[in-house]
Ligand binder design. Sequence first.
Ligand code: FE2
Length: 203
Amino acid sequence: MFDAGVDVITGGNHTFRRREIFDTLEENPRLLRPSNMPKTAFGKGYGIYDYGRFSVGVINLLGTTYMESMDCPFREADRIVDIMQTEGVKIIIVDFHAEATSEKRALGFYLDGKVSALFGTHTHVQTADEQILPHGTGYITDVGMTGPLQSVLGVKPEIVISKFMDRMPVRFALSDGECELCGVLFTIDEKTGLCHGVKRITY
Ligand SMILES: [Fe+2]
């Protein structure tokens, strides 16, 4: 993915599922895991990246509603935004990997004007609520999924149906067929760090 031109990869609740990633998390500052995890976790939850004319700060956070309990994402966001502002970083992007729409929208409003953009991930379903919040933060509750269209969150539907109906453990397998790519494009003023354009993307 880095070879394809990706600048930073953020994580979520599955980041630590395979041990093979642990060393890479320690070695590559462009691969992030959620920041509000125990301090013993491998890797880092935020990064500041120098692009010459400006720097970009990226923060990765996990939600706590209908998910495993973690440190408060609101207070953790405050802590990191303070660090970034002290270092003179104007452009700050937040990936909030969370289940509940309410928690995502609440963090968006909480950070409004303090970060350039906040987008949600985890549900795999793109929301139609992209907007610029009153104090200039770009926002969308979920950017959606990149993966197979005929699937349940990427997994073959029959496997997930049997998981729900039989309540037995199953082995997930990727669904086949046509894929979609979802995302969001934020246009950010590098001087103010505020967002003046937000566009939802689905291919
Ligand atoms: Fe997730």
